[in-house]
Design a protein around this ligand. Structure first.
Ligand code: GDP
Ligand code: IMO
Ligand code: MG
Length: 441
């Protein structure tokens, strides 16, 4: 009798807890970050697209139109540069945070292209007034620095990203909010144009150019930090651009981009003052890099060529062939740590079908020293000789597989090895560019 009473009481208590929990969940905010954990192009947009189904807000927090984020939907291909990839879902709100640098002319061109494809921006696309503006002079300066044989050649996208961030930090920048106060805008333009020793006549030219687009831009103005931090019942998805090895502090400096691409960049780049609930680190199943800079596992042979062709590894923004190489677990463990990732999305696994053996770099030999720490100096990374383990490959096409258990045994062993080396679980496997070509574990 006592026992029965006890079990009924326990059941009631359990139900009560369940109710409280459900109620709390209805009013709780949930935040997810999708971050590239290598040198960019890890298929962030594909994973954002898959996860955006459950999001209310999709937010870019750094970078600019140096990003090229591709989504394939049946016979259509979309490449996003500044617009968050979530825009493909009609009901989602897409936001550009304070940490993004915006070339307004490129943004409008991108939006026009998307509108032609039936995508609407009305009341669901907003930009923080603090976001910096990329001016034509920034693009010019970027191109000049790249062409100067006395400067370190980075192989930038020439989208004016570095010069724009430099001016922001030097306090010469023009911010999105400045566009709507004509007097102040002119003052700011005078500052920046004098600073760069451009002819004074440029002030009027740039002012007129910007003036022509302010009416179109005005409806997008919104204080993003208030929107995000007060969104008590919203799911927020942060869409990273570039990758951690391109982070201006933690990447292979100076061969990096000029923004904070790692999870720390979210606080500054969106004004988000809360803990990120879920950090998804995106790793390609092999490594790629566009532009200059060290890449220890780069393949200069037929194997590298085969990966490039099977993976269609050509830049989404500049069309440049991407450098390809084996999976680098030294770099991966480092970027997982910097971002505090909770889990791994493992992408383009299908590209590795058809190799007898696959190599994974587990440590570097630099001089006489073997290390599994990612060096801070680009010179040391350049001199690092990767130490590999070899694992057997698989030959079958896996692009149609939708269940983890149905992957070839060697593909599962490859994933298990990566998990062991990074110390985090692979929860999403991408086996093709389409939404449906995704395996959840
Ligand atoms: P992002 O910059 O990280 O968003 O990546 P990009 O869009 O620059 O590059 C990723 C490329 O891989 C795009 O062309 C995608 O359509 C494609 N892609 C995404 N996931 C997969 C996959 O699992 N397999 C293959 N074969 N291609 C993929
Ligand atoms: P997504 O978001 C790959 C690289 C450039 C160059 C360096 C600096 O598509 O992954 P920048 O123009 O930013 O000053 O160039 O960074 N780079 C990228 N590489 N994917 C990107 O973006 C990149 N954005 C910049 O190639 O080496
Ligand atoms: Mg890309």
């Amino acid at each position: 009798m006592f026992c029965n009473f006890g079990s009924v009481f326990a059941k009631l208590l359990f139900k009560w807890f369940e109710k409280i929990n459900l109620k709390n969940c209805e009013v709780c905010m949930y935040s997810t970050a999708v971050l590239g954990c290598a040198w960019g192009d890890e298929a962030k947009a594909k994973i954002v697209d898959v996860l955006a189904k459950d999001a209310d807000y999709v937010v870019r927090f750094q970078g600019g139109n140096n990003a090229g984020h591709t989504i394939k939907l049946k016979d259509k291909k979309f490449v996003f540069h500044l617009v968050p990839s979530g825009i493909l879902y009609p009901g989602k709100t897409c936001l550009i945070g304070s940490g993004v640098v915006i070339d307004p002319f490129q943004l409008l061109a991108e939006m026009d292209g998307l509108k032609e494809q039936g995508i609407s921006f009305e009341n669901r696309f907003f930009i923080d007034p603090r976001a910096q503006i990329v001016l034509p002079l920034h693009c010019e300066l970027d191109g000049k620095a790249e062409a100067d044989s006395k400067q370190t050649n980075i192989g930038t996208t020439k989208r004016g990203i570095g010069p724009c961030y430099s001016d922001a930090v030097a306090r010469y920048g023009i911010r999105f909010g400045d566009l709507f106060d004509k007097e102040y805008l002119k003052e700011r333009l005078e500052n920046i144009i004098r600073f760069h020793h451009y002819p004074i006549s440029e002030i009027e030219t740039v002012f007129e150019k910007l003036n022509q687009i302010t009416d179109r831009m005005k409806p997008f103005l919104k204080q993003i930090p208030y929107l995000l931090n007060e969104a008590t019942d919203k799911n927020i998805l942060f869409e990273g651009a570039q990758g951690t090895l391109l982070d201006v502090t933690f990447g292979t400096y100076p061969f990096v981009t000029s923004s904070h691409t790692s999870s720390g960049g979210i606080a500054i780049g969106a004004g988000f003052g809360k803990k990120i609930d879920r950090v998804v680190g995106i790793f390609k199943s092999y490594y790629t890099r566009v532009g200059k800079g060290p890449f220890p596992t780069e393949l200069h042979d037929e194997v590298g060529n085969k990966i490039r062709i099977q993976g269609n590894e050509f830049g989404s923004t500049t069309g440049r062939p991407r450098r390809c190489g084996w999976f680098d677990a030294v770099a991966a463990k480092y970027t997982a740590m910097i971002n505090g990732i909770d889990e791994i999305a493992f992408t383009l696994l299908d590209v590795l079908s058809g190799f007898d053996t696959l190599k994974i770099c587990t440590s570097y030999k630099i001089g006489d020293v073997i290390t599994n720490q990612f060096p801070h100096s680009a010179k040391d990374i350049e001199n690092a000789i990767p130490q590999y383990i070899e694992v057997p490959g698989w030959s079958t096409d896996i692009t149609g597989i939708t269940e983890y258990g149905k992957l070839p045994e060697n593909a599962k062993k490859y994933i298990a090895k990566i998990e062991e080396l990074i110390g985090k679980n692979v929860t999403i496997v991408s086996v093709g560019p389409e939404r449906g070509q995704t395996i959840f574990r």
